[in-house]
Design a protein around this ligand. Structure first.
Ligand code: ATP
Ligand code: MG
Length: 250
């Protein structure tokens, strides 16, 4: 069964159509990657999947765990089991990270123990729990805070928007090893530009978004190799035939 199915999605943001006829699906238990140039619509797609206000679905549908969620409010989608680690999350003044985590976790009594385990795994100091969410956090600390939140929620579909950007080599290894363990056999969608996280996480399939359209879908590592070698112009020329997956070679 597909955990997520996006069909013919057209999305308008601030009066402009940003996503054009986007279709892809993630079978349960697979990790997929979304590649694409800056401004191609990757974060917009994620915010639309989560149902952010201002991301207007003109046509098409989003189905999660067999249930159509296209018009569902964001909090209900989250309750159904979608968790997102955002690229540029806002600081939340007056809300402590520790309180937010407890609020997010489904199993109240276990929360303390699981938070402690995750902090240790992520090598994230405990004192961050008493700080306002993301307020004054460094770029790398924000990444860890977002990953901590999405792992604490124990969701059915994890969506991670650039978990590896702005992270130093040692923290990349820490985050990579945690995600490698915790994404095994789980369903996830990862956005990465340079693919650093794919040194740790086994990804099944990648989709390439160019100017709001899916230009190509296929083997994640092969597509990454081609993008790093030849840039996105290679994907634009991809001779993908409808129904066939691009294997990364012309
Ligand atoms: N709320 C908004 N208001 C106006 N324009 C927006 C809004 N959200 C997205 N856009 C525009 O839509 C386009 C796609 O943006 P998006 O953030 O989805 O790109 P991206 O693929 O995630 O890029 P990056 O790799 O730089 O993160 C951009 O041109 C952006 O300026
Ligand atoms: Mg983005």
């Amino acid at each position: 069964m597909d955990i997520l199915r996006v069909e013919n999605l057209n999305v308008e943001v601030s009066g402009r159509t940003v996503l054009k006829n986007v279709s892809f699906s993630i079978p349960e238990g697979e990790v997929h990657v979304l590649f694409g140039p800056n401004g191609s619509g990757k974060s917009t797609l994620i915010k639309t999947i989560l149902g952010f206000p201002g991301y207007k679905v003109l046509s098409g549908s989003i189905t999660f765990k067999g249930k159509e969620i296209t018009d569902m409010p964001t909090d209900e989608r989250v309750k159904l089991g979608i968790g997102v680690a955002f690229q540029n999350p806002p600081a939340v003044m007056g809300v402590k990270l520790g309180d937010l985590l407890k609020e997010m976790m489904r199993d109240g009594e276990e929360a303390e123990r699981r938070i402690s385990t995750l902090l240790k795994e992520l090598n994230f100091p405990r004192n961050f729990l008493t700080r306002d969410v993301n307020l004054g956090f460094s770029g790398g600390e924000i990444k860890k805070s977002e990953i901590l939140q999405v792992l604490a929620q124990d969701v059915d579909l994890m969506i991670l928007d650039e978990p590896d950007s702005g992270v130093d080599v040692e923290n990349l290894q820490v985050i990579g090893e945690v995600l490698s363990r915790r994404l095994k056999g789980r369903s996830a969608l990862l956005i990465t530009h340079l693919g650093y996280i794919l040194r740790y996480v086994d990804a099944d399939v990648a989709h390439v978004l160019i100017d709001g359209r899916i230009a190509c879908s296929g083997s994640a590592l092969r597509i990454l190799g081609q993008i790093l070698k030849e840039g996105y112009s290679w994907c634009e020329k991809c001779p993908r035939v409808k129904g066939l997956r691009c294997e990364g070679f012309l």
